[in-house]
Write a protein that binds this ligand. Sequence first.
Ligand code: FAD
Ligand code: NAP
Length: 441
Amino acid sequence: MPHLVPYLPDDAPFSAEQRAWLNGFFAGWSTRARSGDGAALYPPPGGDGQPPAGDGQARGWPVPADPPPPHYSRTHPFPARLRTNRPLNAAGSAKDVRHLEIDLDGSGLTYEAGDALGVIPQNCPAYVENLIDALGWRGDEPVVIDGASMPLREALQTRLTITQPPRALLDAYAERSNDDALTHLLEDRQTLHDFLRGRDVLDLVLRYPAVRFEPQSFVDLLRPLQHRLYSISSSPRAHPGEVHLTVGCVRYEAHGRLRKGVCSTFLAERCAPEDPLPVFVHPNTTFRLPADTDTPIIMIGPGTGIAPFRGFLYERRATGARGKNWLIFGDQHAATDFLYRDELEGFLQDGTLDRLDLAWSRDGAEKVYVQHRLREHARTLFDWLEDGAVLYVCGDAARMARDVDAALHDVLRTAGALSEEAAAAYVTQLKQARRYLRDVY
Ligand SMILES: Cc1cc2nc3c(=O)[nH]c(=O)nc-3n(C[C@H](O)[C@H](O)[C@H](O)COP(=O)(O)OP(=O)(O)OC[C@H]3O[C@@H](n4cnc5c(N)ncnc54)[C@H](O)[C@@H]3O)c2cc1C
Ligand SMILES: NC(=O)c1ccc[n+]([C@@H]2O[C@H](COP(=O)([O-])OP(=O)(O)OC[C@H]3O[C@@H](n4cnc5c(N)ncnc54)[C@H](OP(=O)(O)O)[C@@H]3O)[C@@H](O)[C@H]2O)c1
């Protein structure tokens, strides 16, 4: 089956331990989470990091005055708070990118600039209601998920993937509908991939109203809801106790209906400041600032690809790094999509940023992308690389990262006067020396 959300594994990522913990985690979510007593819903995990319970002092064990914080992780996410949710695009933009600030106070979570934050989202309640209606149910039917009984509505909102239909559900519909067209679709990978693009579980249910399931047998065919990762756009030194994200909302029209990305719109539209937001830190040890703070860095990050570089710049400023910093950013229009404009201009003014090059793809007759700036400034780029700069790329994996890579080879051929083979060897060497690092999605 085609992989429609390529950055998340197809199969359920939850261990038995996580399933058990999540059962407790989500218990009573809908009724209690907004009561302001969210913290009580999320007891810290036991196990590692917890002091021995009870009579440690009497047994002569050292008892710390302040017990160490529990180890929050993917299997035990921290119930954080979303403190700030601010649009970064001006009115009239085709994009909706949000600057989010999440309070990690009391979590004991630490991160380095370049790491990502894992977020466990919830599905859109309006979509869940439409799905329940289409299935002809009420929503309060009890179902069992990972051994825990809960109302169907809660399971669909907080526990299950209800966007892309999984293979098991498609097979069940093919069998129960006796629809040869669907059976045929399932036989060919590409045809199925094309059919599924922009379609969700509700589409399937609406397409076959005569096909009936029991609630439990239906949910048994769905996959667990999965976390999403976001590059952290803050610096632990400049922003202690908090983590910032730069999230592009996924919204698109397909087959006559507005579709919403689960996690990006959960964060942007549905997560209230008083709601516990389950998060964990996902270390990204291959995308870090150079240990030697004198090393120059070149950051290429169009669109939301700017996220880790905002964190890098705050970090370099906070550590007093003397290495030069060059950012190449781009998006559709300067007037509406210049993300973090004030902050970047501030970094230029205070000397944190040595260069800022911009590429606005839709402001002129011709598209201008970040790789055009690389080619334009080939000589400077080559000089920085010769001076030992680390080159970072973040953002779209499908097209941008590939085209930037091609531009890098061109730069080495033109400004570096290298043959095609020598340019390829230069790039290989950069990679081996961890001086060409990519965080693309
Ligand atoms: C390491 C890492 C770092 C990341 N950092 C960031 C970041 O800093 N900022 C950020 O915004 N994102 C980032 N992402 C992406 C992020 O994890 C999510 O994938 C993204 O927010 C979408 O998730 P969602 O739940 O909102 O959408 P989903 O519900 O997962 O839906 C997305 C899916 O919708 C489908 N789709 C989207 N558009 C269309 C369309 N026009 N037509 C048909 N189908 C379509 C595609 O199948 C797509 O995969 C990062 C990803 C990784 C792996
Ligand atoms: N997997 C997911 O669910 C998911 C979710 C969100 C984002 N993403 C990926 O993350 C990317 C970032 O999204 P975003 O909205 O922040 O930015 P984006 O779509 O990458 O757009 C940022 C800028 O890059 C330009 N661009 C387009 N193609 C390019 C190319 N081949 N080379 C260089 N620049 C190019 C865009 O121009 P034009 O728009 O004018 O072409 C725009 O000016 C998306 O493209 C998407 O692939 C994935």
